[in-house]
Design a protein around this ligand. Structure first.
Ligand SMILES: C[S@@+](CC[C@H](N)C(=O)[O-])C[C@H]1O[C@@H](n2cnc3c(N)ncnc32)[C@H](O)[C@@H]1O
Length: 207
């Protein structure tokens, strides 16, 4: 079959991989949320052959594309249906060494984004990394005319969605027990965040 292709995924795969090179473990389990066409899954599973890569998406119609893009790649599991905004999913999907999420948060509501972040944090095992890429507001501001146009178009379509504040996203990750490792500027004014679940949970302060 001829699978769909996303030009954005074509463009951002290499810049994302350059940061992943610093954070992806040599071996372990990777969970990709909102995999879309599957282009990132195909590129990253090949680049990190020691990782056991699980692509997922909330849209069942995406799964055949993911299957087509990842065909013949030994370390990719069959794509799974996963709505990352459904509270509680990390009870089933847990213990991952890497969770990747590219270009979803601006397309969903604040409440759904909060759930995605909390569940993604819970899906990580000790030492696991959450890598999150997309467009964001910074200090409440959109940083370019292109971002302002895109955010306005999203909000015109649905007032509940649109760019999220990167500071609020980072706060949510901290509240989920993660430690922020990096905030990296990416092409086209996007940002990439890396957060980690500590290897050992801190003991509560003596009371
Ligand atoms: C802009 S595309 C990004 C796809 C891919 N990550 C990429 O960068 O090419 C957004 C994707 O998020 C998926 N999606 C939307 N809501 C979702 C949710 N609640 N949970 C998981 N995936 C979702 C859509 O089906 C779509 O494949």
């Amino acid at each position: 079959m001829s699978a769909r292709s996303a030009p954005a995924a074509e463009r951002n795969a290499e810049p994302i991989a350059q940061v992943l090179d610093r954070h992806a473990p040599e071996t372990g389990r990777a969970l990709e949320l909102a995999s879309g066409t599957g282009q990132h899954a195909a590129a990253f599973a090949r680049r990190y052959p020691g990782l056991d890569w699980q692509p997922t998406d909330a849209d069942p119609a995406a799964l055949p594309d993911i299957r087509a893009w990842t065909e013949g790649c030994a370390n990719i599991r069959a794509p799974a249906h996963l709505d990352a905004a459904r509270p509680g999913w990390a009870a089933r999907w847990s213990g991952f060494d890497l969770v990747l999420l590219v270009n979803l948060l601006h397309l969903i509501s604040d409440t759904d984004a909060g759930t995605v972040l909390t569940e993604a944090a819970h899906a990580l095992g000790p030492g696991g990394r959450f890598v999150l890429y997309g467009p964001f507001r910074r200090d409440g501001r959109l940083v370019s005319a292109g971002d302002a146009r895109f955010d306005a178009a999203l909000r015109a379509r649905d007032p509940a969605i649109g760019y999220k504040d990167v500071e609020a996203v980072e706060d949510r990750l901290r509240a989920g027990g993660l430690v922020l490792c990096e905030r990296v500027g990416m092409p086209a004014d996007n940002l990439l965040l890396v957060a980690a679940r500590p290897l050992f949970a801190a003991r509560p302060e003596p009371g």
